[in-house]
Structure formats: structure tokens, C-alpha cells
Design a protein around this ligand. Structure first.
Ligand code: SF4
Length: 360
């Protein structure tokens, strides 16, 4: 395996300020997060109430930059703690936070989160975790799948955030992994990440009940993924997780059919094979997600990243209806078939033990 040389430490994101609501600081986990941030040199502002009172600049660029440098420590209300099905990834979505400090030109959060893109982390972790046992055996997504039911009831933690990208500030992911490890149940936690700081997770008693996936794209598309860890480091991190006995996976997303995509994705898959194939007992899955956008997400992303070279031209795409009646713009059927055939063939060649979970 090529990663024998020691890696330099991961670059960790630090917000400029952490705004802690009054209620959040009544939770031990909330207080611990504020202490962690303070120890890392973050300006911790203890608010007298639960109102965040964000003073947002009128200049959209400045408002975006300020929001992205702000971490809010809040209590997740019941509506945010209610687990929702999340096809095709998992039976249930569990949120430890909302928002992400990175700057991806295609960020899927642009279409799902409202308001300035601050990252909110949840202090009431015990209340979030106590929802999980109530949903054991009730899943209708992976639990109903002929090929995935053996995963048990699945819980996805990266729908509204990248939990590893903020883990050095929260400790929430480690706590949830530890909970799953101790919970002797037919269940699995899942998370995907574009970050690489996995050291605090390696020695956890995970019990094989958490699957980490690295969210990857060819390095040539790194310009669309500002503030994330380099792809080679994400693959090296995934290798370390696999060596620590975690089931692992690749989320190849979003698949971008820009010029040169065949060479780029072919090499990415070969690189993933070099990073992973020799890990004893490797349990590897692959998820394949093509690039898409909605009118709403495009409007937000155009305002966040004006001038981005990422193609988001509705005229170059096919319209598809979402299950809620909205529109999304996807590649046309020919391109979808070509992409799928190519990627699946490359995966069979270079990642012979991998199970492809879905294509979308
Ligand atoms: Fe969005 Fe994921 Fe990029 Fe964060 S890492 S900005 S959640 S796409």
C-alpha cells in the first residue's frame, strides 16, 4: 500500500466565533463543546437568551463569509430530533448538527437549509440519541431492501452536515459511534465525509456498527470543494478506518460529466483501490450519485459562488420531478447510461470486493 509515509496532521476548521445559547449551555455536552472551542482559541460568546440574533451584512458576499465562520451552539427542538426516512442511503436520518463549514460549489445543503449558512451544533445529544432505539426494526428503506437488509436498521448522520469536519469541536460523532458500539442491536450508523481527521475515531469501541464513507471526486474537481481535505487524504483516512475494523465505503458524489471525466473517474477508482484493497477483512461499499440541482439550489449557489465554473445550466439538463412535485435538473438518459456503465465497470475492475449500493 502506498501510504507508508506518516501523514502530516489534518487541517482543522476553526470558526471565528461560537455563539452559545443559554439553554445549550445547560447541557453537559453543550458546555463541553464550548470548552473545546475555547481551548482551541475560538471566541466563545455566551448569549443571555436562546435568540441567536445574527447581525447579517447587507452585502451578500460578506454575509456568506460571516455566516460560514460562525458556529452556533443550540438545542435541537423536537421537530429536528424527529427521525425521517432518507432514501436511498438509510432507514432514518439522525442529525447531530446542521450546516457545514466547507464551500462546495454544488453543496446539496443549499437546497435544503434556509437562511444564512451558519453551522449549528446540537447540545442536547442525549435527547437525539434516545430517538434511535425507538426506531429499531421500523425502517422502510434499507431494511426493506433485499440486498441491504443485513445492515439492520440504518441511521444516516451526514444529511445536513459533515459530522467529521466539525468533530474536533463537537465530539458528537465519537459519542454516537460509542453508543452504537455499546448498543447490542441489529443497527448501523452511517456517515460520509469530505474531511480526514479520523484519529479520534480509530480506537473507539465501534463494534463494527458504524460505516464511514469517504465522499470523493477526482482531484481535478477540487476547485469545486473549497475548505475540504484533499482527496488523497480522504482515501488515506478511509484506509485507517478500515484498518481499525470499521466497515467503510466510497460516496462518489456528485459525479460531474465535465470534459475529461472518464480519465478522471477511472484514476480516482484506481487510487481508491490502491488505498484500500490490501486491508485485511475489507468491507467496502460504493454509492454513486450524479450531479443535480433544483431551481432553488441553483439560485442559492449562484449567489454564494458567483462565477463558479461548475456547469449548472438547466438547458443542458433533463427535468425530473421530485416526489414532492418539485423540479430537479439531471443529466439526460444517454449521459446517465454512459456514466453508469463506465463507473460500474471500473469499480468491478479496481475494487473487486466492493458492493455497489445504489446509483442515482
Ligand atoms: Fe456541502 Fe458537503 Fe461540501 Fe459541506 S462538504 S459544503 S455539506 S457538499
Amino acid at each position: 500500500m502506498p501510504t507508508a509515509a506518516p501523514l502530516s496532521p489534518s487541517r482543522l476548521w476553526l470558526p471565528k466565533r461560537l455563539l452559545a445559547t443559554k439553554s445549550a449551555l445547560t447541557w453537559d455536552h453543550g458546555r463541553a463543546m464550548a470548552d473545546r472551542a475555547g481551548a482551541l482559541g475560538v471566541d466563545v460568546v455566551e448569549l443571555p437568551t436562546d435568540r441567536l440574533n445574527l447581525a447579517v451584512s447587507d452585502d451578500p458576499r460578506r454575509a456568506y463569509a460571516e455566516a460560514k465562520r460562525t458556529l452556533a451552539l443550540v438545542v435541537a427542538p423536537p421537530s429536528k430530533r424527529r427521525l425521517q426516512p432518507i432514501a436511498p442511503s438509510a432507514d432514518w436520518r439522525v442529525d447531530l448538527a446542521e450546516g457545514c463549514p466547507a464551500h462546495c460549489s454544488y453543496c446539496y445543503l443549499a437546497g435544503s437549509l434556509k437562511g444564512p449558512p451558519i453551522t449549528r451544533v446540537y447540545a442536547n445529544l442525549p435527547e437525539i440519541v434516545e430517538e434511535l432505539p425507538k426506531h429499531l426494526g421500523l425502517g422502510k428503506v434499507t431494511s426493506r431492501s433485499r440486498t441491504r437488509a443485513h445492515e439492520g436498521t440504518t441511521f444516516e448522520a451526514s444529511c445536513y452536515t459533515d459530522p467529521l469536519g466539525i468533530e474536533h469541536l463537537t465530539g458528537s460523532l465519537a459519542a454516537l459511534i460509542g453508543f452504537m458500539g455499546a448498543w447490542n442491536a441489529d443497527a448501523q450508523l452511517r456517515f460520509t465525509s469530505k474531511f480526514d481527521a479520523v484519529e479520534p475515531l480509530l480506537a473507539l469501541p465501534h463494534g463494527g456498527r458504524t460505516r464511514m464513507r469517504a465522499s470523493v471526486n477526482p482531484p481535478r474537481f477540487a476547485r469545486f470543494e473549497g475548505g475540504t481535505s484533499p482527496v488523497a487524504r480522504r482515501l488515506a483516512a478511509l484506509r485507517r478506518m478500515a484498518q481499525a475494523g470499521y466497515p467503510v465505503g466510497l460516496t462518489i458524489a456528485p459525479i460531474i460529466a465535465a470534459e475529461g471525466w472518464e480519465d478522471a473517474y477511472g484514476q480516482l477508482i484506481v487510487d481508491a483501490g490502491s488505498a484500500l484493497n490490501d486491508v485485511p477483512g475489507l468491507d467496502l461499499t460504493v454509492e454513486l450519485i450524479t450531479h443535480r440541482f433544483t431551481p432553488g439550489s441553483k439560485a442559492v449557489l449562484d449567489s454564494w459562488y458567483p462565477g463558479s465554473a461548475l456547469e449548472m445550466d438547466p438547458a443542458a439538463r433533463t427535468e425530473k420531478r421530485t416526489k414532492f412535485g418539485g423540479v430537479k435538473h439531471v443529466y439526460d438518459a444517454d449521459m446517465m447510461r454512459t456514466l453508469r456503465r463506465f463507473l460500474e465497470a471500473e469499480i468491478v475492475k479496481a475494487l473487486s470486493t466492493a458492493r455497489i449500493l445504489y446509483w442515482t
